[in-house]
Design a protein around this ligand. Structure first.
Ligand SMILES: Cc1ncc(COP(=O)(O)O)c(C=O)c1O
Length: 441
């Protein structure tokens, strides 16, 4: 008898379900949308990085071969130098840095290192959250625990009580995303101190501080790394993304910095799972890290300030133009990163019934229907934000992400009133998206 793939009884380390973005990628293609969905910038990386990569490749055999598993020594040293300043300490490049295939892989690798799958250990995240954490936690055999961020007077705030209540003797890791995706929140020094104080009650909790957007702060707001305060460094691995920093997300290179007893075992897993990260990309990023704060990039400004200004301008464009839209949406304060959020809750009565009644909102059968996220709210409703995003994609040709998908599938605190917009798509694309939303083209 012929065997089928379904006969193989494969282990389910992660759900077989649809990735959050898949439906919206298909919607973008089918309805010819402008995508403000995924966090991939629409711009080129800086030319100096591209030049550094070409030079690294041409320089000779060594830059084109395997490199050290824990990270190419040139990049590890540069990371220690540049990020040591941010973390206010001397970093040992050979023992306190691990480099992997993007922050995405680095975080997965850290969770695989820290979580004991046999012990049902909990991993705490703020919700709404970057959804990939949920898959990483499941893959590592951990149990997701969510603590809500609260929206007060149009600003996202940390709630010490709900955070404290979410911690317990089973908590192994707290994934702290600052600046936060999707809210764009930067945690204030007071909030960081409160988090550090509460964690003192739980000395065995390891913090993975995902700070991939640390350089992208708006309105001159300061960014304080969690590990730079008090003795937080001793329990914290801070994660950064060269892809995000250089507008080169496809290059997939990220780094982790933390105490040797946490970083070294993670490096052993890097070695086991991928052996090493792409050599010439590491060499190029090492050289380019020296350039990002030099005031010779554009109009006498450095690269980082230029990118911040470009993203901030797009954020402000959306904030002002969306006030003119014929829909009662509200933009929410955004302090950093690749995204901003919209409150769409007042649109309920305007969304046509077919988008709210079921997941099968498409009319006609040609061309083939897109794959669907078949999530329901606890009371059985199609999430309002999902209905909103589908409606806007189909009728106005702009894709946004529904934030109800940014909660864990078992989350008791899921909200369905927010849509997330990427502000990293450059002025021209964003302007076109605005025109489509306002129906002026
Ligand atoms: C909060 C956060 N962490 C990590 C990543 C992944 O970074 P990388 O592209 O370096 O893998 C992303 C990507 O969107 C993100 O938003």
């Amino acid at each position: 008898m012929e065997s089928k793939a379904t006969d193989f009884n494969l282990p389910h380390r992660v759900d077989n379900g649809l990735a959050v973005w898949e439906e919206f990628k298909e919607l973008t293609a089918k309805y010819n949308c402008i995508s403000l969905g995924e966090g991939a910038p629409a711009t080129m990386p800086p030319q100096f990085l591209v030049d550094d990569l070409m030079d690294a490749i041409k320089e000779g055999p060594a830059n084109n071969q395997y490199t050290r598993s824990f990270g190419n020594p040139t990049l590890a040293s540069k990371v220690a130098e540049v990020y040591g300043k941010k973390l206010c300490r001397t970093i040992d490049p050979l023992n306190e840095v691990n480099i992997g295939v993007g922050a995405f892989y680095v975080i997965s690798d850290l969770l695989m290192t820290f979580v004991d799958p046999a012990a049902k250990e909990e991993v705490l995240v703020f919700e709404p959250s970057y959804p990939c954490y949920y898959d990483h936690i499941q893959y590592a055999g951990g149990v997701v625990k969510g603590a809500p961020l609260d929206l007060k007077d149009g600003k996202w705030v940390f709630n010490p009580d709900t955070f404290r209540k979410a911690l317990n003797s089973k908590t192994k890791v707290f994934i702290f995303n600052n600046a936060q995706n999707p809210t764009g929140k930067i945690f204030t020094k007071d909030e960081l101190l409160q988090i550090g104080e509460i964690l003192k009650e739980f000395p065995n909790v390891i913090v993975i501080s995902d700070e991939v957007y640390d350089f992208l702060t708006f309105d001159g707001q300061p960014f304080i790394p969690f590990a730079s305060l008090g003795d937080n460094f001793n329990r914290t691995v801070t994660v950064y993304s060269g892809g995000k920093l250089f507008n080169a997300t496809g290059w997939k290179c990220g780094w982790a910095i933390g105490p040797q007893q946490l970083v070294k075992p993670a490096g052993v897993l890097t070695y086991t799972s991928i052996y090493c990260t792409t050599t010439p990309i590491q060499v190029a990023m090492a050289r380019s890290l020296d350039r990002i704060y030099k005031n010779d990039y554009k109009d006498g400004k450095n690269y980082v300030d230029t990118v911040c200004k470009e993203f901030q301008d797009v954020r402000d464009l959306f904030a002002s133009e969306l006030q003119k839209i014929d829909l009662p949406v509200k933009t929410i304060s955004c302090e950093s990163g690749y995204f901003m959020m919209l409150d769409v809750s007042a649109c309920t009565d305007l969304i046509p019934e077919r988008f709210k009644a079921s997941h099968d909102f498409e009319e006609g059968s040609e061309p083939a229907a897109v794959s669907k996220n078949r999530f329901f709210m606890e009371d059985g409703r199609v999430p309002l934000d999902l209905a909103f995003c589908r409606w806007i994609a189909v009728t106005r040709g702009v894709v946004m992400m529904p934030c109800s998908l940014f909660y864990h599938k078992t989350s008791a605190i899921r909200e369905d009133k927010y849509a997330r917009l990427a502000i990293c798509k450059g002025w021209d694309t964003s302007m076109k998206a605005v025109q489509r939303l306002l129906r002026t083209i």
